[in-house]
Design a protein around this ligand. Structure first.
Ligand code: AMP
Ligand code: GLY
Length: 424
């Protein structure tokens, strides 16, 4: 089978790494990819939202399966674009329809969906510029801190958590009236603050049945001890020690089943991943958000724990045999530590030379932001390399990742040295 993966991060490198091991894979293309993916497949330099350009490649390369990494093309309707095109409709797209992608693309849509299908989540109300005053009244009815969310995609910056009531009113006004996040904040969700431990649960579905993938914990803040600015993710661990069979059963019954049922009831065509961001307090899970893709860097620990052939599972989605395919997960722990450019998540420099990859042993390196120029490997993003290791304990696995993190050199290199410590 000829496969095209869309995206350029560690997540897509991990997909490519896994799919390249499948006997079903004949040709593997990644668009645009990075220096890591270029070693296992062919990179195609094209923008993720250039649907016509992607169409041309799919026709030329006789692509049979398209795997969409990031949310943007999904929210922009790439799945519908393929389904509605005579020359593309035979291609299976792993990623939901535009309507399904609203689960991530519109917080209001996802909150309404959750309340309609009785899926546990924080209490909320949504407001527009015409109901700003009602927003103030709702804020006053809540206890601090106050959670304000732009309805639409805002490059991961649309969620604000504010301690002070007066400041939260000013920010609400800034979002609705001054359009702080452009169209994304035409509607703002105000919701109850949830405390507890965050956990990422992943599901792969053909729209009817589903497989629960390994769960993971992500480390979002830049600084050790979970301090400083939010990033895309500085590391991840899978499995998460407090997650046992009983807890997963609870998540399955209270969240996963009603989600799949809700998608069907809404007539939403959903073939792909559902990433459920949970807050867990006293063993009770509540949904913070849905994403319609895999997480990054969570994928870099989830994929290495999947023993089954991922492309065979995708093929099952294509030919209707998905529910019958065995799904096996390794018992081992997987950890990933992200090396980032100095300054990230604020301003940082690209183009620094990377060395030391030849000295790595016992870890798998997934490239996040790298580029190869004249045989030199250089940094090409805030997040640069994810160092994934496996072991019989979190400690054993982390030790390998941290050892190898030291061996890789580039100017400004930074990583968190406390990934996973809260779980040991
Ligand atoms: P989201 O984009 O909805 O995942 O929000 C980004 C981050 O904000 C989450 O990963 C949480 O850490 C935090 N967050 C979002 N909603 C809440 C909430 N209701 N209570 C507490 N923290 C939240
Ligand atoms: N690591 C969080 C995300 O992918 O959204």
């Amino acid at each position: 089978m000829n496969v095209l993966i869309l995206g350029s991060g560690g997540r897509e490198h991990a997909f490519a790494w896994k799919i390249s091991q499948s006997s079903l894979c004949k040709k593997l293309l990644i668009a645009p990819g990075n220096a890591g993916t270029s070693k296992i497949g062919e990179n195609i330099n094209i923008s993720l939202n250039d649907f016509n350009g992607i169409k041309e490649i799919c026709i030329k390369e006789k692509i049979e399966m398209l795997i969409v990494g990031p949310e943007d093309p999904l929210v922009n309707g790439i799945t519908d674009f393929f389904k509605d095109d005579e020359k593309l409709k035979h291609i299976t797209v792993i990623g939901p329809s535009k309507k399904g992608a609203q689960l991530e693309g519109s917080k209001e849509f996802s909150k309404k969906f959750m309340s309609k299908y009785n899926i546990p989540t924080a209490k909320y109300k949504s407001f527009t510029k015409d109901t700003l005053k009602d927003g103030y009244i709702f804020l006053e009815s809540l206890n601090p801190p106050y959670v304000l969310k732009a309805d639409g995609l805002a490059a991961g910056k649309g969620v604000l958590i504010i301690d002070d009531i007066e400041e939260s009113k000013i920010i609400l006004e800034d979002m609705l009236i001054n359009r702080r996040f452009g169209n994304a904040s035409n509607t703002v969700i105000i919701e109850e603050y949830l405390s507890g431990i965050e956990l990422s649960v992943f599901v792969l579905t053909d729209g009817v049945s589903y497989k629960i993938l390994p769960c993971a914990k992500d480390y979002k803040r830049i600084g050790e001890g979970d301090t400083g600015l939010n990033t895309g993710g500085m590391g991840a661990i899978s499995p998460v020690p407090f997650v046992d069979r009983f807890f997963i059963e609870k998540v399955e019954n209270e969240i996963i089943k009603p989600t799949i049922k809700g998608l069907r009831k809404e007539n939403i065509d959903y073939k792909g991943f559902i990433f459920i961001g949970l807050m867990v307090e006293n063993g009770n899970p509540k949904v913070i958000e849905y994403n319609v893709r895999m997480g990054d860097p969570e994928t870099e620990v989830v994929i290495p724990r999947i023993k089954s052939d991922l492309l065979n599972l995708f093929n099952g989605i294509k030919n209707g045999s998905f529910s019958e395919i065995d799904f096996n997960i390794s018992e081992k722990y997987a950890t990933t530590v992200m090396l980032v450019s100095g300054g990230y998540p604020e301003k940082y420099i690209k183009g620094e030379k990377i060395s030391g990859l030849d000295k790595i042993n016992d870890s798998t390196i997934f490239h996040s932001g790298t580029l190869k120029i004249n045989n030199n490997l250089i940094t090409n993003g805030g997040r640069v390399l994810a160092i994934t290791s496996t072991g019989n304990s979190i400690q054993e696995s982390l030790e390998k990742s941290f050892n190898n993190a030291e061996k890789i050199k580039f100017k400004g290199k930074y990583y968190r040295k406390d990934i996973g410590f809260d779980l040991i």
